[in-house]
Design a protein around this ligand. Sequence first.
Ligand code: ADP
Ligand code: MG
Length: 728
Amino acid sequence: MSNFRFQALKETLNRKPVEFVETQKQSELFGRNVFNEITMRQYLTKDAFNGVLSAMKLGTKIDRKIADQVASSMKEWALSKGVSHYTHWFQPLTGGTAEKHDAFFEPIGEGNAIERFGGNELVQQEPDASSFPSGGIRNTFEARGYTAWDPTSPAFIYGTTLCVPTIFVAYTGEALDNKTPLLRALHAVDKHATAIAKYFDKNVTKVIASLGWEQEYFLIDKALVNSRPDLIMTGRTLLGHTAAKGQQLDDHYFGSIPQRAMNFMRELEFECMKLGIPVKTRHNEVAPNQFELAPIYEEANLAVDHNSLLMDIMGKVASKHNFRALLHEKPFAGINGSGKHNNWSLSTDTDVNLLGPGKTPMRNLQFLTFFINTIKAILEYEELMRAGIASAGNDHRLGANEAPPSIISIFIGEQLSNVLKELESVTAGKLSPQEKTDLKLNVVGKIPEILLDNTDRNRTSPFAFTGNKFEFRAVGSQANCANPMTVLNTIVAKQLKEFKIEVDRLIHKKDLKKDEAIFNVLREYIKQSKNILFEGNGYSKEWEKESKKRGLSNNKTTPVAIKAKISQKAIDLYQEMEVMSEVEIKARHEIELDEYSLRIQIEGRVLGDIALNHVIPTAVKYQNVLIENATGLKELFGKDFEKIAKEQLELIKNISKHLGGINSKVKAMVEERKKANVLESTESKAIAYCDKVKPYFDEIRYHCDKLEVMIDDELWPLVKYREMLLTR
Ligand code: ADP
Ligand code: MG
C-alpha cells in the first residue's frame, strides 16, 4: 500500500501495550542513581564530604586535592553500577541539554588499560563547542568555551553514563548557557532576601528559591507522528481539519488514563525516581491525549535541571512504548496547547516559607513584606516577565483563549485584596500604640485563617498567588525553566534591595521603629501596584482595553516581546544584580531572534512542501476521478448532463479554486521568505518572518483543510486530527 496514512493507522490499531513492571517500591528507588548526600557520605572522606557540602550550601571553592578525591570516589561509585563513560551535562542556549561522552577507559601502555577520572576531568572540560549558539560572543575560529562543575546539582547516572551537571562559559568569561545566569540570579535573590528576612529573624543566613513545575504534553502513537512530516520536523501540525469531536465534551480532563499511556507513565516515573526527580502527580489534561506530570517542588536550580532531564527521558521512554511525547506549545490547532506552570516561592534556611502566612503577627508581616515586594517587582518589570517566556511556539498559546494572555498581571484573590486595602488605609509615619495593636491583630493577624479557605482560583491569570506560592502560568511547555526563573529571581532581588534602602532610610531619618517603617513602605507599594493587580477574566476583550489604559504591555509576538530584554532598564537591572553583562544580554537577544526566524523558516518550508507535494497531487487525483465520472455522465445523458452532474461539476471547480489558492499563496510565501533572508539585521529578519511570512501559514492551511474535507478519505495521505487524537 502506498498510502502512509493507512499503514500508520494499521500499525497503531494493532499495537499491544508495552508492559512495564516496577521491580521496587518508589521509596527504595528514589535517588538510587544520584551521587547525593547519602552516597557521598558513604564514598567520600570526611574532608572531601565537607568540602562538597560547603560548596553546595555556601558556594565556597573546592580545592584541587578535594576535587581529586571526589572524582575518584564518583568513579568508584559509577563503576560499581556498570558505568563506562562520563559526560559534562549542560544546557546550551538551544534550550535542550548537551552531553559529550568520554570513556573512563585509558590505555597506559604495553597493552594495559585503567579506568581514569580525576579532579581535572571532573572540574573542567572543553567540549568542541563551536556549533552551539553564542550570539557572536565567541568567534567560531577559536571556538573556545568550557564547562565547569556545578556542585549545587548532584552528579547522576543516566544509562551507562555518569553525568556531571556543569555550567558552560566562554574563555572570556561570558555565559553560553541557561544555567549560569540562573545561578547568579539565585545568588542575588539569596543575598537581598536574606537581608530582609533578617529584619524578622536574626538567625536566617540563607534564602532559597524553590520551583515546582507542572509539565504538560501530548502522547501520540509513534507511527502516526512519523507519517506526518510537519510533526516530525516542527513538532506541530501545520495543517489538518479539526476533528468533529475534540475537547468540547470535557470528557478527557482527569478522566481514566488509557492503558498504554499508563504503562508509559509508570516507566517514566520509575526512571525519574532513580534519578531523584520527585514526581508525584499525573493526570489527563483537557485535550484528548494530553497529560500532565508534576514533581514535588525543589530548590530552583535542581528543579530546572530535573525538568530538562525529564524532557529528555520522556522522549526515550515514550519511544519504548511506541509513542512520541509532543512537548510543543501548540501541536494541534483548535484544541488546547501545553504549558508548564512554574510554582515559585522563597524559603529560609530556618525552614520558613516566606510566601506562606504563619501563626504570629510578626510572621505575617514578613509574609506580607515578601508578598507585596513580589507584586511590586512584577509591576516594575512586567515586560521582562513577558519576554522571559517568549518563543515561536508559545506565541500560539498566549492570548488564545486557553492560556493566560500576553498581558502580565497578578491575581491574589478577594481576601488578600481586602488585606491590602486595609493596609493601604494605615496613616503614614508613626503609628499610635492602638493603631499598631489593631493592625497586628485585626489585619495581619487574620491572614492564616483567611488563606486556608482561600480557594478561589483564576485560571486566566498569568501570575497567581495560590496560598503559599506564586504560580507563573504563562511558561511554555518546551521552555527551559531557567529563563523565567532567572527573570523572576532577579527582579525580586532588585526589588528587595530597594525595599531595604527605603526601610532603613525611614528608620534612620524619620526615627521610625522597624515594623512602622516596614508598614509605611508597604503601604506606598500597595498604592503604586494597583495597575498590575487584576482579578477578572484575563481572556476577555475588556481586559485588553483596560490593561492598555493601565499602561501594561501587550506584546503578542516574540520579536516584539523580547525587545524588552535589551532595554536600558533591563541592562541596568542585570548588571546591577550581577546576573548578566551587556554583552551577554545582547548575545542572548540575537540568539533568540535568530532561533525565531529559523523556526518560522522551517515551518514555512515544510508547509510549502506538504501543500505542493502531498495535498495538490491528491486533490488532482480526486479531481480526475470526478472528471472521469462527469465525462461518463455526459455520454450517458447528453443535454441533461449539466443538471445531473451539478454537484460533481461544482466540486471540480471548487477543487480548482483551492488548488489555485494553495499555489498562489505558497508562491507568495516563498517570495516573502526570499526577501526576509537577505535582510541584514537579525531583528528585521525576525520581524519579517513574523509579519510577512507567517501570515501565509493560515491562508495556505485554509485551502488545504478545505480540500481535506472534500477529497475521498481513501486518497488522503496525511493522518487526520481525529485519528491522531482519538487513537489509543
Ligand atoms: P495545582 O492545583 O496547581 O496543581 P498544587 O497545590 O497541587 O496546585 O501545587 C502545584 C505545584 O506547586 C506542585 O508541583 C508543588 O510541588 C508546587 N509547590 C507547592 N509548594 C511550593 C513552594 N513552596 N514552592 C514552589 N513550588 C511549590
Ligand atoms: Mg498549576
